[in-house]
Design a protein around this ligand. Structure first.
Ligand code: ADP
Ligand code: MG
Ligand code: ZN
Length: 218
């Protein structure tokens, strides 16, 4: 006998967070590709401000990419989600206004599987934009770590660096990749922009982190 199943859609919200280079975009792309394999219609959004690699793609530091729609603000996402979309991916969520929290929630209530990736901390190590609220209301949270470029331990922070002293900025938002940032652990991270004259010459040292935040112990 042929049984007919009527699937009920269970919308939910998943967050992927961590420092720069921790693999957030790679993980977002992996989950989106699984949805495509399951023949679910996906739509991917990112804030217009993130044009580092491409205007129309979400792209990882490893050059893996997927087509995406650039949007000016969070509510534009609601306008652009189509009726038959089952999965919505949003990258660089930290750059959105607080409205992103309502947008993510209302999509989930509509039965959509919402995947959001973003930096949990800014370059100073302070919670970034709407991320704390998103993390609080999500059903599932994945926190990834990168590799600390000073000591090789797991990195949770994004160190802002400059290779020319004149270009130092303390704005919360400076869009860039390995030219402006490197991953660092809590002990090696410094909450201001630091000058690195030649990035190629960075070597891992053996570091003992005992005794608290002793920046010059190594
Ligand atoms: P995110 O979106 O979190 O910034 P991506 O997914 O774009 O990260 O890129 C992750 C990739 O970055 C890794 O797979 C690796 O190839 C590369 N990478 C560069 N520097 C580091 C680092 N310090 N730690 C870990 N991965 C790094
Ligand atoms: Mg990314
Ligand atoms: Zn470190």
């Amino acid at each position: 006998m042929l049984l007919m199943y009527k699937k009920t859609l269970h919308g939910h919200l998943e967050i992927i967070c961590g420092s720069m280079f921790s693999g957030k975009t790679e993980e977002l792309l992996r989950r989106l590709r699984r949805a495509q394999i399951a023949r679910q219609k996906i739509q991917v959004f990112k804030p217009k401000i993130d044009n580092r690699f491409s205007e129309n793609h979400v792209q990882s530091h490893n050059s893996s990419r997927i087509l995406s729609i650039p949007v000016e603000n969070a509510s534009e996402i609601l306008d652009k989600v189509e009726n038959n979309t089952r999965v919505v991916g949003i990258d660089e969520a930290q750059f959105f206004d607080e409205e992103i929290v309502n947008v993510a929630q209302s999509l989930a209530f509509r039965g959509i599987h919402v995947l959001v990736a973003g930096l949990d901390l800014d370059f100073r190590g302070v919670p970034f934009g709407p991320m704390p609220q998103l993390l609080a209301v999500a059903e599932d949270v994945t926190k990834l770590s990168a590799v600390c470029m000073v000591c090789g331990e797991p990195a949770s922070r994004s160190q802002r660096i400059t290779q020319s002293v004149e270009s130092t900025s303390n704005d919360q938002v400076v869009v860039g990749a390995s030219d402006c940032y490197e991953a660092r652990c809590r002990f090696c991270h410094e909450p201001e922009t630091i000058f690195i004259s030649n990035k190629q010459q960075v070597h891992f040292h053996t570091v003992t982190h005992e005794g608290g935040n002793e920046k010059n112990a190594h």
